[in-house]
Design a protein around this ligand. Structure first.
Ligand SMILES: [Zn+2]
Length: 392
């Protein structure tokens, strides 16, 4: 994970410059003035009428913020900054490299209404970059997160992880559970981690134990690639409580078949959950753009599966120097505003900014959100988690 991303200060300058350019309507209006002296009263009335109609058109374009994310020549006006709604939010999906970086996360969490966070343990691969091994660091990071949870009881919910090739994996899960972990994180359905089918015999004892003892698994499964294998596991262990994050990685194209397959699986397996996280940096922005382009499938999904969706951020909290407390707060805020607002701004997702998507035309980093009602949000932020993990 290199540090090639520009600091956010640069991107802000960029946005301002572009926003200024779009006010080029104004000089035109002035140039009408000298001419208007020679116009008849009727001509002035007609001109005023035309100006009025144009003003209405501009106003309507601005009140459809989704157009801002897509349109190239739209004037850019930032949505008014309104406070986040007063929920006690549980963040059900985050990673923590070391307790050294916990303070900046907790500081940002407090500022953005997050009262409790699930830290899922990870290997060196996730925490230190894709050059690092996937079979290293799993136990160590689990112990680190357990220690963080002991230092911040009630604020941190620890999930362990295991390396699937570890012959001791089931014993380790049981031991970690005695030490206080509340769930298991699996990465096996991630393209970069996948090396055996998800229903590999070596994993069956793990699924069986988790199903029998109602031990939840946060399981990254790319439904685009592995739906069939995943369903074979679920058919065999329908009691398995699984949280498949990121809408099963189908969020990039909600109009396509995998998004419908994911919903069919949600329908077939009532112990299956999902979370609203997308991923870190550019993947987050891809998710924000997917929703902004076409909010309706997401709104329908979250209404239909409001009882089985959790809130998550998945930004991966490390010592990377761009990941400051304000950076973390901006990510949490964007992930919340996506659900709460009609429109919101995430500056690092603007065209030319650090995480802009390819061919982005989103000059101001303004995205269209879902503006979910309070009852739906309460389930996603608070009550679903309480039901899955009742306080002891
Ligand atoms: Zn994650």
């Amino acid at each position: 994970m290199g540090d090639k991303h520009e600091p956010s200060g640069d991107s802000n300058g960029e946005v301002t410059a572009k926003a200024d350019r779009s006010s080029s309507l104004q000089p035109k209006a002035y140039s009408l003035k000298p001419k208007a002296f020679s116009l008849s009263r009727w001509e002035i009335v007609v001109l005023l009428g035309v100006a009025f109609v144009m003003a209405i058109a501009v106003y309507q374009a601005l009140s459809r913020p989704g157009e801002l994310a897509e349109g190239a020549s739209q004037p850019t006006v930032l949505p008014a900054e309104t406070p986040l709604r007063p929920f006690k939010v549980v963040n059900a999906h985050e990673h923590l490299f070391s307790r050294k970086f916990l303070d900046k996360y907790l500081d940002a969490a407090e500022k953005t209404g997050v009262v409790r966070t699930v830290f899922v343990a990870s290997s060196d691969y996730t925490l230190m970059g894709s050059g690092k091994p996937q079979d290293k660091g799993n136990d160590e990071n689990t112990e680190e997160i357990l220690a963080a949870a002991r230092e911040h009881p009630g604020q941190i919910v620890p999930f362990c992880t295991i390396y699937p090739g570890d012959p001791q994996k089931l014993e380790k899960i049981k031991r970690f559970r005695k030490e206080g972990v509340m769930g298991l994180k699996l990465y096996t359905g991630h393209g970069n981690f996948y090396d055996k089918p998800l229903d590999d015999p070596a994993m069956m004892p793990v699924y069986q134990y988790c199903a029998e003892t109602k031990f939840p698994i946060c399981w990254h499964v790319n439904i685009v690639k592995y739906a069939v294998e995943f369903e074979r596991v679920m058919k065999q262990f329908p009691d398995l409580i699984v949280i498949v994050p990121h809408f099963g990685v189908t969020f990039f194209r909600p109009q396509e078949e995998p998004f419908r397959i994911f919903q069919r699986l949600m329908d077939a397996y009532p112990n299956m959950y999902t979370d609203t996280s997308f991923g870190t940096r550019a993947i987050l922005v891809e998710g924000l753009e997917a929703v902004s382009r076409d909010p309706e499938p997401f709104r329908e999904f979250l209404k239909k599966y409001a009882d089985r969706t959790l809130f998550g951020t998945d930004m991966v909290v490390t010592g990377n120097k761009e990941k400051t407390a304000p950076w973390i707060a901006d990510v949490i805020r964007a992930c919340r505003e996506l659900l709460e607002k009609d429109a919101y701004r995430y500056a690092l997702g603007a065209k030319g900014a650090a995480y802009a998507t390819k061919n982005s035309r989103n000059e101001a980093g303004v995205f269209r959100g879902l503006a979910l009602d309070d009852a739906t949000l309460r389930k996603i932020y608070e009550t679903n988690f309480e039901r899955l993990f009742p306080p002891k």
